[in-house]
Design a protein. Structure first.
Length: 340
């Protein structure tokens, strides 16, 4: 915007202040800047039935994914307003988190997982979170785009990994979403799995842990017709991985909500986790982590790679502690309500 140098200084200052407030107070249909959980600068996306809170102060995460006022995400209230001090001790972070792999052989991702992000409204029910440019350690910058549907619960999430270094980078998308605990996890298994039982169970029987590819089914776990794995009770050890290409995960909460994630899988491509997994579950008493994982991306200097996941939330009857589920009904429900 051009401002004449002949304009009185006070008028120029008033114009500058007006521009500043118009940016800070930017809103769009179904999008607004709010304070939430002790944090300022959050963005709320909403429609008639849904509310989504994006939090940029500690890791660029989702703090709320609520249907008719009921949040399906696990958020620790004792953590409200907490931020990370660079160089300090790493802390637990709740809510709908995101990351990128490899988990064990990749660089330190502290700046992304604990750092502050830039938040901006990009359109109706849409927002973007942008990380710092980490030139010193990873050579990566991340961008996360969120769009909530005008009606219903669909939330489309895209994470873009940007290579800001001068060398090729190998990374992949990794979702690390905490849902409220005590529910039933439903994981479709691969028709032609590389794992003898369709899943691998991480057990800390050896230091620090080992991957059991012939695990026993513990109390509350069911292996249904070699097509599904269900987890209805807290297992002795929390982590499971699968190599399913079904492209969805489901979680049914005790307050009668069905949390679905849908995503693309690529059977012809390499996956970068040690087990070449396409999804992981981490389940303890008070929270369950639902983790779609994307394929490996070889990203040239100056290039970028994106991966998208859709979230869905519906009323759905909790099946009880037995975890007995009619999979035909669940599958038909998923197909009907997530086809758009």
């Amino acid at each position: 915007m051009y401002v004449s140098f002949r304009r009185p200084l006070v008028c120029t200052l008033l114009i500058s202040v007006a521009l500043l407030f118009s940016v800070e107070g930017l809103t769009a249909d179904g999008a607004e800047v709010v304070e939430s959980h002790g944090y300022s600068g959050c963005i709320r996306l909403f429609n008639e039935s849904m509310s989504v809170i994006l939090e940029p102060n500690l890791g660029g995460r989702v703090l709320e994914y609520s249907l008719n006022g009921t949040n399906v995400l696990y958020v620790d209230p004792s953590q409200d307003g907490e931020t990370y001090t660079p160089g300090g001790e790493k802390m637990f972070v709740s809510g709908g988190r995101f990351d990128f792999g490899p988990e064990k052989t990749g660089p330190d991702r502290t700046k992304f997982f604990y750092g502050s992000w830039k938040a901006e409204i990009t359109g109706p029910r849409s927002a973007r979170l942008t990380s710092v440019r980490d030139e010193e350690i990873t050579g990566i910058q991340l961008v996360r785009d969120f769009t909530l549907a005008a009606e219903g619960s669909r939330l489309d999430i895209t994470q873009t990994i940007i290579n800001i270094s001068n060398e090729v980078k190998k990374h992949y998308y990794w979702s690390r979403t905490f849902a409220v605990g005590g529910g039933v996890t439903v994981v479709p298994l691969a028709e032609f799995s590389r794992y003898p039982k369709g899943f691998i169970y991480y057990e800390p029987a050896r230091s620090p842990k080992y991957m059991n590819f012939r695990p026993d089914l513990h109390d509350g776990m069911k292996h249904v017709q070699d097509e599904y794995l269900t987890i209805a009770k807290t297992p002795p050890f929390p982590k499971f991985v699968v190599d399913s290409t079904a492209g969805w995960l489901a979680y049914i909460t005790r307050d009668n909500q069905l949390f679905l994630k849908t995503y693309k899988t690529y059977p012809e491509r390499a996956y970068g986790d040690m087990t070449s997994t396409t999804a992981s579950i981490w389940q303890v008493d008070d929270r369950t982590e639902i983790e779609p994982i994307g394929p490996s991306e070889f990203i040239e200097p100056g290039e970028k790679a994106s991966y998208s996941v859709s979230w869905w939330l519906f009323p759905y009857d909790y099946p009880g502690d037995s975890g007995d589920i009619d999979f035909k009904i669940l599958s038909d429900f998923k197909s009907k309500h997530t086809s758009q």
